[in-house]
Design a protein around this ligand. Structure first.
Ligand SMILES: [Cu+2]
Length: 698
């Protein structure tokens, strides 16, 4: 298992990584474009990071998580989230089966089966994917390693288990690979289950979770050729998403990946990736919570049972060729994908049985989104101190929706109107990146970057034909209408960063400014026939193009005090406003910081971590976003390597058991009788949590 260590070292040009031999079962965070990144933040086990890889993002400068449920962590980077961030799983741009992002891509592979999570700091290179307007992240599942050197065979494996008290949750994970120097096979599986989590004033419901995952793969390498087949499967059962109007019934399905790489020598390299995914999903407002009441025209109130069955089939390719050009390397590529989405809703009034009335509606029907994209990227050292990256990507996006239908007579006029409109839409986007890096001194790198990034509207932003909350996890409590006249978003980005690093210290601040033309956001919707669904008395919004800008600073810093002691920390600030006088943008992380003091001595490690969030008073007015107060949390963690390969970890999170509201966590949606959190108020974060983990690896 050498892969991981080498990744960590590759990014730690100057700083000693805290290198316990056996922390390799922990997912490594790699921050690209950070020469001082020690990769050590991930090395203290974190109970939330054990079940949800997205939780690791809270430790990455500029990044965070929009959390709608225990397994539903939506990546956030510098004010943007969801479809604005390109996330790949083993090179595949997975499509969510949930139109409300109940299954963000990072939830597909549990942390215990994740090898590494890479985040591009600052402007993402065009080669990292399509639609990288808000950034780019890539996750690699565990695959083991080939036999090297004199070794004929390589056997890798790990067994791990963990328990967390706040939700009585546990996980078990197993991974094994067998390889010689040409062939390698691997298999891994996990099971995670937990109850609703507690906080000082009660229990947050529903936040229980239940997921099984499986990964299987085969890889072959010989004389510069590499071939791989990987399958990753996610089987999630009843899991709460209290910030959304329904909960997960199931998420089921897999991703099939084929890679072929050929290193031809002399700087020529071919890299290809092909993938296919097939997933299905069920969510409801009655399996994990009590359905809300609907008032009939005659004044009678009745429970309204609602569920949604959705599917996605998707596939794509990424073909890139690298070759020497001038003083550097040119990478050219052809990327594309296609996905088909269906979502069918059933609404039943009155308790079934007896059933008063059941009505079926196609929420999304015959959605087909296709992207064809070409890019070229040139990276070169101009002098021994100056290097550059120039990139250009052109993307053609086509989006189609079939006719919709409903058995609900009140929705019929909207279905007819939608079916009468042109829904075959084309978007053309051009992305440009220009970066310059300058080694001002041996211990100081400066970076300046400019970019133009685009994003075509998502199928939800275009095709929600009757007000719905299927909004890629916005979780603002509003219903939205799609808009067939949307333009693509164009962001103009400026970035300046410094990276100071000595043998025992690093300090890497970055500042950015992004101006976004045609930023897609909700605006009051025109409802010619009123709002037939009476969406809890709140104004329906419609996706619209506005202009916006984002600005901020994020930094990471650290100091190795002695051989045994070190301190690491980070600060993040992001602001965002509409430039046309419409106020602040929605769901922006408040100013926040973290610091961690780590002690390490012969197989023993202990850390104290402090996390602080300021109040967020700069909130969006268009959807009545609620402010949040500031808070601080202390976490204590320790692990001990009892003998070679056997590691025990324990910790206490939120030591003082304070009640804290995560600004990115949304509002509680279940009925008051279901949860100890009042409907419509901010969801408190977990209370004090004791956790223990145990890992044996070979
Ligand atoms: Cu869903």
């Amino acid at each position: 298992m050498k892969t991981k260590l080498s990744i960590a070292i590759a990014t730690a040009l100057s700083l000693p990584v805290i290198a316990y031999a056996d922390t390799e079962q922990l997912t490594t965070i790699v921050v690209e474009g950070s020469s001082s990144r020690p990769g050590s933040m991930a090395m203290t086990p974190d109970s939330s990071g054990l079940k949800d890889t997205a939780a690791l993002l809270e430790k990455v400068p500029g990044a965070n998580v929009n959390r709608n449920g225990p397994l539903t962590g939506i990546p956030f980077y510098r004010g943007m989230s969801g479809p604005r961030i390109n996330v790949t799983i083993d090179g595949a741009n997975m499509k969510e089966v949930g139109p409300n992002s109940m299954d963000p891509s990072l939830s597909h592979v549990p942390a215990a089966l994740t090898e590494s999570l890479t985040v591009y700091r600052g402007i993402a290179p065009v080669s990292s994917g399509i639609d990288t307007i808000g950034g780019s992240m890539k996750m690699e599942s565990k695959k083991g390693s080939f036999a090297e050197g004199d070794k004929k065979y390589e056997f890798d494996g790990a067994l791990s288990t963990g328990y967390s008290s706040v939700d009585s949750g546990y996980y078990v994970a197993g991974f094994s690979s067998i390889a010689n120097d040409n062939h390698k096979i691997h298999i891994g599986a996990t099971k995670e289950e937990g109850n609703d989590y507690k906080f000082a004033d009660g229990t947050v419901r529903p936040t229980d979770y239940d997921r099984q995952a499986l990964i299987v793969g085969y890889e072959y390498q010989n004389k510069g050729h590499e071939f791989g087949f990987n399958f990753t499967d996610n089987n999630t059962n009843n899991t709460g998403t209290p910030a959304l109007p329904m909960d997960i019934g199931y998420i089921d399905g897999g991703l099939y990946n084929f890679d072929y790489n050929w290193d031809m020598g002399n700087g020529y390299k071919l890299e290809t990736n092909f993938y296919y995914q097939n997933m299905s999903h069920f969510m409801s407002n009655y399996e994990s919570r009590t359905p809300g009441n609907m008032t009939m025209p005659n004044g009678m109130t009745m429970p309204m049972y609602m569920d949604n069955t959705t599917t996605v089939q998707g596939g794509g390719w990424d073909i890139a060729m690298t070759m020497p050009l001038g003083s550097g390397d040119l990478k050219v590529g052809f990327t594309g994908d296609k996905s088909n989405h269906e979502a069918d809703m059933t609404g039943t009034m009155g308790a079934p049985p007896p059933t008063m009335m059941t009505q079926n509606t196609t929420i999304f029907n015959g959605i087909e989104r296709s992207r064809y994209s070409f890019f070229g990227e040139w990276k070169s050292d101009l002098t021994n101190k100056l290097s550059t990256e120039l990139g250009m990507r052109y993307t053609y996006t086509n989006s189609i929706s079939g006719d919709v239908s409903t058995e609900n007579p009140m929705m019929q006029p909207m279905a007819n109107a939608f079916n009468g409109q042109n829904r075959d839409l084309d978007f053309h986007g051009v992305d440009l990146v220009a970066m310059l890096r300058y080694a001002a001194r041996s211990d100081l790198d400066l970076e300046i970057g400019f970019a133009r990034k685009t994003r075509a509207p998502s199928y939800q932003e275009l095709y929600i034909w009757s007000p719905a909350e299927a909004t890629s996890g916005l979780a603002d409590g509003r219903t939205y209408k799609g808009n067939l006249d949307l333009n693509l978003e164009t962001s103009y980005q400026f970035e300046f960063g410094a990276d100071w690093h000595t043998d025992n210290a690093y300090f890497a601040p970055r500042a950015f400014y992004h101006y976004v033309d045609d930023y897609i956001q909700g605006a009051p919707a025109f409802m010619p026939n009123g709002d037939p669904l009476m969406n809890r008395g709140k104004q329906v919004l419609q996706f619209d193009n506005v202009n916006a800008h984002f600005y901020g600073v994020d930094l990471e810093t650290g100091y190795v005090i002695t051989e045994n002691w070190r301190i690491d920390g980070g600060l993040n600030y992001v602001g965002g406003r509409q430039t046309d006088g419409g106020g602040y943008l929605y769901r922006l992380a408040p100013f926040n910081g973290r610091a961690q003091v780590t002690f390490e001595h012969s197989g023993f490690m202990a850390s104290v971590e402090g996390v602080g969030y300021a109040a967020q008073n700069k909130v969006a007015t268009y959807n009545d976003e609620q402010k949040t107060a500031g808070y601080g949390v202390m976490n204590l963690r320790a692990n001990y390597q009892a003998f070679d390969g056997f590691l025990i970890g324990v910790g206490i999170e939120n030591v003082v058991d304070s009640v804290n509201e995560n600004h990115l966590g949304g509002y509680s949606r279940p009925q008051n009788q279901d949860s100890d959190v009042a409907q419509g108020s901010r969801i408190p974060m977990p209370g004090r949590n004791y956790y223990a983990t145990m890992t044996y690896q070979w």
